[in-house]
Design a protein around this ligand. Structure first.
Ligand SMILES: [Zn+2]
Ligand SMILES: [Zn+2]
Length: 89
C-alpha cells in the first residue's frame, strides 16, 4: 500500500491496533485497557479472565475511548483481504 505520504506510519499504527491477545484488529468498541493502559479487544478482555495479554497485569473494566475513537477512522487492511501478517496463527 503506497499512500505517498510518510507523515503517518501506517504499519506502526496498525500494529498499535492489533490485539495482543488474538492478533486481530482491535477496531470494534468496546476496547478495554489494563491497569498499565494496554488495550485488548473486547473478546480477549473477557477470555483472558482479567489478565492483560501484554503484561499479565489486571484488566480493568475501563474503556479506552481514545483508542475506540481513533479506530473508527482507520482502515484496516486485514479486513479488506490483504493479510500480510494475518496468516500466522
Ligand atoms: Zn483480541
Ligand atoms: Zn497490560
Amino acid at each position: 500500500m503506497d499512500i505517498g505520504d510518510n507523515r503517518v506510519n501506517i504499519d506502526a499504527l496498525l500494529r498499535l491496533f492489533t490485539c495482543p491477545g488474538c492478533g486481530n484488529p482491535a477496531n470494534k468498541p468496546p476496547l478495554f485497557q489494563c491497569v498499565k493502559g494496554h488495550v485488548a479487544c473486547s473478546r480477549c478482555s473477557v477470555n483472558c479472565r482479567g489478565s492483560c495479554p501484554t503484561c499479565r497485569q489486571r484488566m480493568t473494566t475501563e474503556r479506552n475511548y481514545w483508542m475506540e475513537e481513533a479506530s473508527t477512522f482507520i482502515t484496516f487492511p486485514l479486513q479488506t483481504g490483504t493479510d500480510r501478517n494475518g496468516m500466522k496463527h
